[in-house]
Design a protein around this ligand. Structure first.
Ligand code: NAD
Length: 474
């Protein structure tokens, strides 16, 4: 269903061109721009794994490091049948810029393994993941101070737990072993709020956008988020959480969900929870009664709507369909869903695009919190929660004494609640996404020639990366 691009640029060349566009607005010393664009290293591994039927299959995977100006480097591991080296390098580069935009002190990396997880048993997946992890650990491509993977397409907390276990087995005396990977189950050193972090981040980005009526107007929209018609492509980890939060908490209408087997549309809004449950049980959208099914998912990207959230794959909006996209605002929850050529067309047509390198950074932000938790060996909020509650109770008591009236229950509950780990994670994520939005906005306000968020985001990132590289003498 991927739109065949008429463009000639590969994914990684497209990302490089986007960065180069930002560089044309910047004055950096000689050598710095080249060093910011260039990738650092790529490891390719091939290894055999015995399948359940007794036969062996050889798997191919990569781990790319784009920039190690900060350590560890960070980035997910993707399991998909179509992964290739170019894609992994492009995603590693995106990680470098993403971390800089949201002030996470990591370099950029990414991993990929050619495998269709749906075609393997859990036992096979475990053997393949563990073997891939051994290959990466042994070559210095996984470690709490060097390179820290996380989930991406086709992987989740289960795979991260296996990787952490492999690392611990190889370095049993390493006290910080849990920090070798993020996105682990909470019971195995993970952090509350990580699973939904990327989708939650997407929600916070859109909320922040709608806090700026000037920006909303420029995109040809008006009012708030409530009632806005949203089309989501991909109801996986990112798309599901974003759609769920936006519909349940912000009253937005999810009017279409595009998946592998087509699209479900409903102008009155789709029940995201029910749709996800249907897909889990039946393997696709077909037959779901909450909307009208059509097998042509690609065409649904062109549906009239306020916001389009591509949350599945790269290169979904290209020069082959960009001139037919009707959404006013595109929020890139996936990595690289709009190609370089497609982006140019959208820009000319005045379609506002919030870029991937900012929009989907929620995952790495909360991964950063998880990594800190692992290195500090203590849950956030453990020391101060009860103290906060006590302070809240005293404030309520003082208020009641001074006014002679009872504080309403709802206010009391908020005042006496000490922040637990989940509340702290959400607060830290929200703050980070808002700050990054403001940084991009300031770039656009200071330099009127910059009219798109993507260029602004790359300028924010390159400024920080270049500064760090220059301080270290490149
Ligand atoms: P996922 O595997 O959980 O979900 C992907 C979803 O897309 C699945 O539901 C799948 O069925 C659907 N899909 C696959 N092919 C499709 C097609 N042709 N049309 C429509 N739907 C299709 O993956 P994810 O973790 O949600 O990642 C989605 C995107 O978000 C990727 O680009 C990934 O790199 C990016 N991302 C993920 C995270 C994270 O924390 N998981 C963080 C940052 C960015």
């Amino acid at each position: 269903m991927t739109m065949a691009s008429k463009g000639t640029l590969s994914f990684s060349e497209g990302v490089q061109e986007m960065v180069k566009t930002a560089l044309t607005h910047m004055k950096l010393p000689e050598g710095v721009p080249e060093s910011v664009v260039a990738g650092h290293s790529v490891l390719q591994v091939r290894f055999p794994v015995k399948l359940d039927n007794g036969h062996y299959q050889v798997f191919t995977g990569w781990r790319a490091v784009h920039s190690d100006h900060r350590l560890p480097v960070k980035g997910g591991i993707r399991f998909a049948s179509f992964v290739d080296q170019d894609e992994v390098e492009a995603l590693a580069a995106l990680m470098t810029f993403k971390c800089a935009i949201v002030d996470v002190p990591f370099g950029g990396s990414k991993g990929g393994l050619i495998i269709d997880p749906r075609k393997h048993s859990v036992h096979e997946l475990e053997r393949v993941t563990r073997r891939f992890a051994v290959e990466l650990v042994e070559r210095g491509y996984i470690g709490p101070g060097i390179n820290v993977p996380a989930p991406d397409m086709g992987t989740g907390e289960r795979e991260m737990a296996w990787i952490a276990d492999v690392y611990r087995g190889l370095y049993p005396t390493e006290i910080d072993h849990l920090g070798c990977v993020t996105g682990k189950p909470v019971t195995s050193g993970g952090i509350r709020g990580r699973t939904e972090a990327t989708g939650r981040g997407v929600q916070y980005v859109i909320r922040e956008f709608f806090r700026h009526p000037e920006d909303v107007k420029k995109a040809g929209l008006n009012g708030g988020l409530a009632g806005k018609k949203i089309v989501v492509q991909g109801l996986g980890n990112v798309g599901y959480h974003a759609a769920k939060f936006l519909s349940e908490e912000d009253d937005a209408l999810i009017v279409a969900i595009i998946e592998r087997d087509g699209v479900i549309s409903n102008p009155k809004g789709i029940d995201v929870e029910k749709c996800r449950a249907w897909i889990s049980k039946n393997g696709g959208l077909k037959g779901f009664s909450g909307g009208k099914h059509s097998p042509n998912g690609a065409k649904a990207l062109e549906m009239a709507c306020d916001i389009l959230i591509p949350a599945a794959l790269e290169k979904q909006i290209t020069d082959a369909n960009a001139d037919r996209i009707k959404a006013k605002l595109i929020v890139e929850a996936a990595n690289g869903p709009v190609s370089f050529e497609g982006d140019k067309i959208l820009f000319k047509r005045g379609v506002t695009v919030l870029p991937d390198c900012y929009v989907n950074a929620g995952g790495v932000v909360v991964s950063y919190f998880e990594w800190i938790k692992n290195l500090s060996h203590i849950r956030f909020g453990r020391m101060d929660r009860r103290l906060d509650e006590m302070r809240g109770e005293r404030i309520v008591h003082a208020l009641e004494q001074i006014t002679g009236k009872a504080v309403p229950d709802i206010v009391k509950r908020e005042l006496v609640a000490g922040a637990d780990e989940l509340a702290l994670v959400r607060s830290g994520l929200d703050d980070t996404m808002r700050n990054a939005y403001h940084e991009m906005r300031n770039v656009m306000k200071t330099n009127k020639k910059i009219k798109d968020y993507r260029t602004a985001a790359y300028i924010v990132a390159v400024q920080k990366i270049a500064h760090s590289k220059m301080e270290m003498g490149l």
